[in-house]
Design a protein around this ligand. Structure first.
Ligand SMILES: Nc1ncnc2c1ncn2[C@@H]1O[C@H](COP(=O)(O)OP(=O)(O)O)[C@@H](O)[C@H]1O
Ligand SMILES: [Mg+2]
Length: 359
């Protein structure tokens, strides 16, 4: 005899059959999850009615009474979050950025506080921002600040990588962008991060047909995000603010356009101390090091200390005696290091700050 007859079908097969019969439509994975709950419900309902109810009745009763809209909405939200690669970010990132490092205080006052002090911001007629651009030279900490903000707010962090949009070729980028934005409208407490924004939203004058359609899609999506009630922050970052379409930069589209640029002595000192704390060091003369790192970005400082740490590690592997990092070891590496920022970049950034920032 055929063995298969006695095997019970997989839960998703049962689930989709029952749902089909009841006229409800769900994605296979939602159906499988619901199936577990319906099995439970079948048992509870049988107890309550004091008779063995069938799957069909249990399913209908569940959908009508137990599977409330709210429950399904939560379920769909969770599914969407997973699908979109949502992550939680530790609050540590925010806490380890020095309060004096721009634009931390600005973000705190203009973005974080209005969002977490909802009642107070309403009382004063302050409208929390929903759409933000961070601009500044590479490695200055734009991505770092976006993550820090998500961690500080304790919101989900979703990054849209170019690959997510290009999955079906360039012609479908605009359509994918629209789909992503539609999905995000079903979520709450989300920081949606688009890096390398100029890649998508370049100037329509200079761009080709495809770029234009993406910029146009953005111009449609930004007001939609702004008009909806859920807590979503769209944050875009760019190294090249000048390449963005002027239409996107007009007031009313992005609420804040925030520069993330050069570090002052204090800012560099905090980052230097942060990385030094993770290393095997002797006494370090910070007053000698800080002035030598004027054109260093946070990313440069991070890389510099990787080199120093590797060096000390190799020396200790060879000598087998404790090799603490010294001030001289650091200054030697600094002398050989080419920092990212040039005078021309700093000047250009200053001009951009004057032309584009809006806070
Ligand atoms: N206080 C800080 N501010 C900004 N970046 C920091 C700080 N401390 C460490 N970093 C590191 O410096 C690098 C900055 O790079 P990133 O944020 O990717 O820059 P961008 O997005 O502007 O290119 C990251 O690796 C980040 O972890
Ligand atoms: Mg970045």
């Amino acid at each position: 005899m055929d063995q298969k007859i006695f095997e019970s079908p997989a839960p998703e097969v049962c689930a989709s059959k029952i749902f089909e019969a009841s006229g409800a439509k769900f994605d296979a994975d939602v159906a499988t999850d619901l199936w577990q709950k319906i099995m439970q419900h079948k048992w509870i309902l049988s107890e309550r009615l004091n008779r063995d109810v069938g799957f069909r009745i249990a399913c209908n009763d569940f959908l009508e009474n137990i599977g409330t809209d709210e429950e399904l909405a939560t379920h769909n939200q969770e599914k969407l979050l997973v699908q979109m690669g949502a992550r939680t970010i530790s609050r540590d990132i925010w806490d380890t950025i020095s309060d004096t490092q721009p634009p931390k205080q600005l973000i705190q006052k203009r973005i974080v506080l209005p969002l977490i002090e909802g009642d107070l911001s309403r009382k004063h007629g302050v409208i929390p921002p929903k759409t933000i651009i961070f601009f500044g030279p590479p490695g200055t900490g734009k991505t770092h600040f976006v993550k820090a903000m998500a961690g500080r707010l304790a919101w989900w962090f979703i990054e849209i990588a170019p690959s997510m949009l290009m999955i079906d070729g360039v012609d479908r980028i605009g359509a994918h962008l629209r789909e992503i934005m539609e999905k995000v409208r079903g979520l709450d407490e989300v920081v949606l991060f688009i890096d390398e924004f100029e890649e998508f939203a370049g100037s329509r004058d200079s761009a080709n047909r495809v770029d234009r359609s993406i910029t146009n899609e953005f111009l449609k999506q930004v007001p939609l995000i702004k008009s909806q009630g859920n807590k979503v922050l769209l944050v875009c970052a760019t190294n090249y603010i000048r390449q963005l379409d002027a239409a996107l930069l007009r007031p009313g589209r992005f609420d804040c356009i925030i520069p993330v640029g050069t570090l002052d002595d204090d800012g560099r000192r905090t980052i230097l101390e942060y990385y030094l704390a993770k290393m095997n060091t002797g006494i370090i003369d910070m007053d000698r090091i800080v002035p030598l790192t004027v054109k260093f970005t946070p990313a440069d400082l991070e890389y510099l200390f990787q080199i120093v740490a590797q060096h000390a590690f190799e020396m200790e592997c060879e000598s087998r005696s404790n090799i603490p990092v010294t001030t001289d070891m650091i200054t030697e590496e600094i002398a050989a290091f080419r920092p990212s920022l040039t005078e021309a970049m700093v000047e250009e950034f200053k001009e951009d700050v004057a032309t584009y920032s809006r806070v």
